[in-house]
Design a protein around this ligand. Structure first.
Ligand code: FE2
Ligand code: FE2
Length: 242
């Protein structure tokens, strides 16, 4: 999939405005992940997991900071350039961030499985973005730094899942995979549903409004131009109110 999408991602990531927008979006996702991990640390009864979740939350807040600072630096150069060049609309669709955590669903094992898959997916995505980024060494360096941490997160979550649920590990991982697949399906279905309903509304509007538009055009053609005499109004003035 990545190979097929490489040209599109190369264009997106080598466009300053889209890159800044994506980095700001990643910053939000990382910060939200950090908050969820603090909540997970508060809720777990396992002392080792509590310490690891707090450590993990600190990493995610650091990532949010890195992405935000780099995104802001790019935006500053864009604004300077916009003043010089007068114009430059930079809003465009960006990339999806990795999924938010759901701390309350299914206890520590389910959370660790979900975290492991999210971190694995994030590591793979960030490695891909780093590879397609050819023109911006500073952003590449940010992805390099974040990637090291994501690999650590991916490994510790699997190791801890093995520690706390050695027999259920495979099953918990499969359940988390299915849950991610289902969420992915819902995202695609929602997007397709939005598209189909948009097209249907346009068609309904065209079919329902077209006869009225044609009748108005025909009436306009029948009208004479300029002021018109409408007869003697005094003849019927006393027989009706207006
Ligand atoms: Fe992260
Ligand atoms: Fe992470």
């Amino acid at each position: 999939m990545h190979t097929l999408l490489r040209p599109i991602h190369r264009r997106i990531w080598n466009n300053d405005a889209l890159r800044a927008r994506n980095l700001m979006r990643f910053a939000q996702t990382e910060a939200a992940g950090g908050h969820d991990l603090v909540r997970a640390a508060e809720m777990t009864a396992d002392a080792t997991l509590r310490r690891l979740f707090m450590f993990h939350a600190k990493d995610e807040h650091h990532h949010a900071d890195l992405f935000r600072r780099r995104g802001a630096a790019i935006l500053r150069t864009l604004q300077t350039r916009a003043h010089r060049e007068a114009g430059g609309e930079w809003m465009a669709p960006g990339e999806r961030g990795f999924d938010d955590l759901h701390v309350h669903d299914g206890g520590d094992a389910a959370l660790l499985a979900f975290l492991h898959l999210s971190e694995k997916s994030a590591a793979s995505e960030f490695a891909f973005y780093r590879d397609v980024l050819t023109a911006d060494c500073a952003t590449r360096a940010v992805f390099e730094e974040v990637l090291d941490d994501e690999r650590f997160h991916m490994n510790y979550t699997l190791a801890q899942l093995t520690r706390i649920a050695p027999r259920r590990r495979r099953w918990v991982l499969w359940r988390a995979r299915l849950s991610r697949l289902w969420k992915g399906y819902l995202r695609v279905a929602l997007a397709i549903g939005g598209l189909v309903s948009g097209v249907a509304l346009i068609l309904i509007y065209a079919v329902a409004a077209a006869p009225f538009a044609l009748a108005a055009k025909a009436a306009e053609r029948r009208e004479k131009l300029g002021w018109q005499t409408i007869g003697d109004p005094s003849a019927s003035a006393m027989t009706r109110q207006y």
